[in-house]
Design a protein around this ligand. Structure first.
Ligand SMILES: C[S@@+](CC[C@H](N)C(=O)[O-])C[C@H]1O[C@@H](n2cnc3c(N)ncnc32)[C@H](O)[C@@H]1O
Length: 199
């Protein structure tokens, strides 16, 4: 199936080809803020090895995780991103790769109902409210208080998912992960973690 889908791809997906579609000002930021392709591939494999059909990236950036997952599988990858400029770039890049199974939506995570999705990916999205130095840009309001608001929403929504739900986290302190999830695997020196809801 993977090979059948690959035939219609207009470009090979590599770090270099992905970066070539980014505006110059985001190429350096990309290495700090967006998931490396090989990590995104492993994460999306973990999330879709069950019958999971729709995967949500919580804070999708320019859609690097979603695009990689969509490129390598037939599952549908949804990204929510509160910076509109990043969404627009992600939508364009998905188009360059000829992918139909990606949606990147401009919204805040507070407006997202997690029960619409089967599995989740989280690359430390909310820490930017606490870390003033390495912010991507000034496009959105970032405040210390928002960190806890976003974290609480995400934890509550994840906790309401059904038993067996998969979540992959990359970096971060994993405070968003409810106690109902157990860590079952790690990769990339423990930075990538697979969690499965136990109850
Ligand atoms: C570390 S980047 C990860 C991007 C992407 N998931 C990836 O792996 O390449 C986190 C992203 O989350 C977004 N984000 C942070 N808080 C958000 C919120 N409350 N709602 C939607 N997006 C948010 C940021 O704008 C940023 O693009």
């Amino acid at each position: 199936m993977e090979n059948a889908q690959k035939l219609i791809h207009t470009h090979d997906l590599t770090e270099k080809s992905f970066e070539s579609f980014l505006p110059a000002n985001l190429r350096t930021a990309s290495r700090l803020h967006f998931t490396p392709i090989e990590v995104a591939k492993k994460a999306s494999e973990w999330l879709t090895e069950t019958p999971a059909k729709s995967v949500l990236d919580i804070g999708a950036g320019v859609g690097k995780f979603c695009i990689t997952g969509a490129y390598h599988s037939n599952a549908h990858f949804y990204g929510v991103e509160h910076r509109e400029s990043l969404c627009n770039i992600g939508i364009q890049i998905a188009g360059h790769f000829g992918l139909q199974n990606v949606n990147i939506r401009h919204a805040n995570i507070l407006d997202i109902r997690f029960s619409d999705y089967d599995a989740f990916y989280l690359y430390n999205p909310f820490y930017e409210n606490l870390e003033f130095v390495k912010r991507l840009n000034d496009e959105v309001t970032l405040e210390e208080d928002l960190y806890q608001v976003y974290l609480n929403h995400t934890e509550t929504q994840l906790d309401q998912m059904k038993k067996g739900t998969r979540l992959v986290t990359y970096h971060g302190n994993n405070f968003e992960v409810p106690n109902s999830y157990e860590k079952v695997a790690e990769a990339f020196n423990g930075e990538l973690k697979l969690w499965i809801k136990q109850s």
